[in-house]
Every structure is written in structure tokens, then in C-alpha cells.
Ligand binder design. Structure first.
Ligand code: ZN
Ligand code: FE
Length: 256
């Protein structure tokens, strides 16, 4: 029996942890303390860390956690990621034998060039690529690169549970409403997720089906988003990558 939980870290990060009561694997432990507290309280041994990209709020726990537990650290090749034991790239897979877990590595560049996501057992650990009703900033990549990463995510099954690395869902919903205020699925999501946050609970994981219905950054093939992009760019027939780029640019310019 495996249990998946999200541990809050910093202001809005989540460290995802999968465990079986004895062994645990953690995704993007940006800070060691919340994870160590959880592992100690539940008498768990940390077997492996999965890293999505080089930003410090995702990798800051690597060195102390590897020192303490001797765990494997799987990460894309990047000079700023410490304590890596296994480098991964798109097309690779990661097996965590102690937990019987198998993940496929998906290259998802855009937020950063090194960004990867991990897919397995009906779950997607997408770091800062997709957020609840949102997506990561283009810190290093461009819109075409991110759109093609999002296309790879869109090809996963609708029931895939989307495990994002930040709790940004409510502000993303506020922005999405500026584009898509009549979307009943979005308004329903707003009610549900506001209630969850009011109880101090995470809005994640979501499902890919819910993201497809509500997340404007995943709808660059949708005529409604294309119409928005045509107005925003003042140009007819934008490509899907241009539609994505227009939504991303509008979000970057939005101060809600
Ligand atoms: Zn990041
Ligand atoms: Fe981050």
C-alpha cells in the first residue's frame, strides 16, 4: 500500500512524498526540514530523491538528505544541482525497487532548459511546468519549447493526477477568469479550490482532465484561446505556440 502526500515548504512549495510505511521517495525537496520531520515522525527511510530542475527551491535539500539517508538522487544534468547520483534525460526511466515504483522521464523544457517531469502509476510530477490552472514562467526557454513540452503532457491519460511543485492555483484561477470567465468548469473549480484552501488543504493533485477543461495554458489548441491570442497579438490565425505565448505574456503582464 503506497501513500502519496504533499509536504508544504517555504511559502508555497510542495515536496511530494510516496511511501509504503518503511521506504519513501521525495520529489523536489527544496528544504530538508519538512521532509526530515515527516520521515522521522513516520519512521521512514528515504530511498530516493527525484529532481525536476535546477532551481534552488527544488534542490536545496539534496546535500543534507543524501548525507543523512544515503539516498539516490536522480536529476537532469545541470551544474547547479548538488549531490546527484544518477543523471536523467527524456526517454530514461527510473526504478525505485524498494517501493516497486517505475517512472518514465519526460523532457519538459521551457520553465528551464533542464526541466524534466516524472510519469508513473497514473501520476505526473511536473515541477514548475504545469501548475493548478497555470504554468511555469519562461525563465530560460521560449513559448514554442514550452508548448511542445505541454503537448507531451497533454498526450498522457486524462485521469493522470497532476502533482505540481507550487500552490498557485487560486491566483491562477483569478487570471484564468479574465480570459474565460464564462467557463462553468473553471467556476466550479474556483468554488472547490477556494473551499480547500479555506480549510488549509492543498488544491493538488488535480487531474489532467480538470486542467484540460480549466487551465488556459493547456488550451492553445482551443478556438476560444486562439481568438483571445488573435486579439492580444492583433494578428489572425496564430499558431498553437503563438497562442500559448500570448496567454503566457498576458499572465506576465497581469497584476491581479
Ligand atoms: Zn523553478
Ligand atoms: Fe519552483
Amino acid at each position: 500500500m503506497l501513500t502519496l502526500i504533499s509536504l508544504p515548504a517555504f511559502d508555497d512549495n510542495y515536496i511530494w512524498v510516496w511511501h509504503d510505511g518503511r521506504h519513501a521517495v521525495a520529489v523536489d525537496p527544496g528544504a530538508p526540514e519538512p521532509l526530515i520531520d515527516f520521515l522521522e515522525a513516520n519512521r521512514l527511510a528515504l530511498t530516493a530523491i527525484l529532481i525536476t530542475h535546477h532551481h534552488r527551491d527544488h534542490t536545496g535539500g539534496n546535500t543534507p538528505l543524501r548525507q543523512r539517508y544515503g539516498c539516490a538522487v536522480h536529476a537532469p544534468a545541470h551544474p547547479l544541482i548538488p549531490a546527484v547520483t544518477h543523471t536523467v534525460r527524456g526517454g530514461d526511466s527510473v526504478d525505485i525497487a524498494e517501493l516497486g515504483l517505475h517512472f518514465d522521464v519526460l523532457a519538459t523544457p521551457g520553465h528551464t532548459l533542464d526541466h524534466v517531469s516524472y510519469v508513473g502509476h497514473g501520476h505526473l510530477f511536473c515541477g514548475d511546468t504545469v501548475f493548478g490552472c497555470g504554468c511555469g514562467k519562461l525563465s530560460e526557454g521560449d513559448a514554442a519549447m514550452m508548448a511542445s513540452s505541454l503537448d507531451a503532457i497533454l498526450s498522457l491519460p486524462d485521469a493522470t493526477r497532476v502533482c505540481c511543485a507550487h500552490e498557485y492555483t487560486l491566483s491562477n484561477i483569478d487570471f484564468a477568469k479574465t480570459l474565460d470567465g464564462d467557463n462553468p468548469a473553471l467556476l466550479e473549480r474556483e468554488r472547490t479550490d477556494r473551499a480547500l484552501r479555506a480549510q488549509g488543504r492543498p488544491t493538488l493533485p488535480s487531474t489532467l482532465a480538470l486542467e484540460k477543461a480549466t487551465n488556459p495554458f493547456l488550451r492553445f489548441h482551443d478556438p476560444a484561446m486562439a481568438a483571445f491570442a488573435a486579439r492580444y497579438l492583433n494578428r489572425n490565425h496564430p499558431t498553437p505556440a503563438e497562442v500559448f505565448g500570448a496567454v503566457r505574456a498576458a499572465r506576465d503582464a497581469w497584476h491581479g
